[in-house]
Design a protein around this ligand. Structure first.
Ligand SMILES: [Zn+2]
Length: 343
């Protein structure tokens, strides 16, 4: 940010009250053509914080793209107090190929931040993005989905030991927060490292727009805007119940011990009790069925979507719930009919 309230990046400037849609060069193809990411910068007439919203650091994780586009292009931002930097597709080469990693040597863009202008292609791309559109912000939301073939209930991943990050994580108003530091090179980790509190929002599966989850995430963004006074129109959201999963909670990826075809009996977000049969591993003849049971009572934060496994492949991500939270979830889930529209 510059002193006069304008947002500046290498090559341009967005004045208060101005909006810019640009395609920003971050690399070049084999043919020497530019690789450019779409960026929308909305600088409100009123003063306030600068936030970035980013998606598709993994090129096949699409739900967040729609969240960022709707905020940038469908919301009425005329009363915005502050600046939004909207980055709907970070990993353009991966997005074009509809795959998770950069197709160039299969690099993970989300392990390449803050980047380096003199290093690998992935780190050069990351450096352009990071220096221009992440480092100048006051906080950020980075949207992801589960890896291809699996799905997640919407949850926030955040380093809750950092008060500024915890404030942002709470403001999003999700039921589940998974407390983790993250890894070196991750956008949220490296942004926090330079003083830009950032959380990851995980939602649903790759290769899809899932309307229910997109709407839930948009409510989260509204709630964050309320918390940081980016506008006056919404209030900070309380999701009804909340659990912060940290190292004291049991959590596990339950893995298949045999290869097979999986009959999953629960949907993402379901509460399962110790001993419940989560899924059944079957062979081609349906003869040797193996029941996979919950080792403890908890929430299925993630489940397999593509119903085939080798031994060692993950079946579901189960996290323990404290008993007080569990009672609230039990009451809620006994009332609720699981929506099928998203599946
Ligand atoms: Zn991802």
């Amino acid at each position: 940010m510059s002193i006069d309230g304008a947002f500046t990046y290498n090559g341009g400037k967005v004045e208060p009250g101005e909006r810019q849609n640009l395609r920003y060069g971050i690399s070049e193809t084999y043919l020497g053509d530019p690789v450019r990411i779409p960026v929308t910068i909305i600088n409100g007439e009123r003063d306030g914080p600068t936030a970035f919203l980013s998606a598709a650091a993994h090129g096949d994780e699409l739900n967040g793209i729609e969240v960022v586009r709707e905020v940038a292009h469908e919301w009425d931002l005329s009363e915005l107090a502050g600046t939004l930097v909207c980055l709907p597709v970070l990993n353009v080469p991966g997005f074009l190929a509809q795959q998770r990693y950069l197709p160039i040597y299969d690099r993970d863009l989300n392990r390449s931040f803050p980047g380096d202008e003199t290093s690998t292609s992935a780190k050069r791309m990351a450096a352009r993005i990071f220096a221009n559109f992440v480092a100048p912000c006051d906080f950020g939301l980075d949207f992801h989905t589960s890896t291809r073939g699996r799905t997640n209930m919407l949850h926030v991943r955040a380093d809750m030991a950092d008060d500024d990050i915890a404030r942002l994580a709470h403001a999003f108003g999700s039921n589940v927060i998974i407390d983790s530091e993250g890894s070196s090179g991750m956008l949220r980790t490296e942004a926090a490292e330079v003083g830009v509190p950032t959380v990851t929002i995980e939602m649903g599966e790759a290769h899809r727009f899932q309307r229910g989850l997109i709407d839930e995430a948009l409510r989260g963004v509204e709630s964050v805007f309320a918390e940081y006074d980016l506008w006056d129109r919404s209030t900070v959201r309380w999701p009804g119940w909340r659990t912060v999963i940290d190292d004291d909670n049991e959590k596990t990826w339950i893995r298949a011990d045999a290869g097979g075809i999986v009959d999953m009996h629960y949907e993402r977000g379901s509460l399962v009790h110790e001993g419940d049969r989560i899924c059944t591993l079957t062979d081609p003849f349906k003869s040797d069925n193996i029941a996979v049971e919950a080792p403890f009572t908890g929430l299925l934060v993630g489940v397999l979507e593509n119903p085939v496994v080798y031994p060692g492949n993950p079946l579901c991500h189960l996290v323990e719930l404290e008993s007080d939270v569990r009672q609230v979830v039990e009451r809620e889930q006994s009332r609720r009919v699981q929506p099928r529209a998203d599946r």
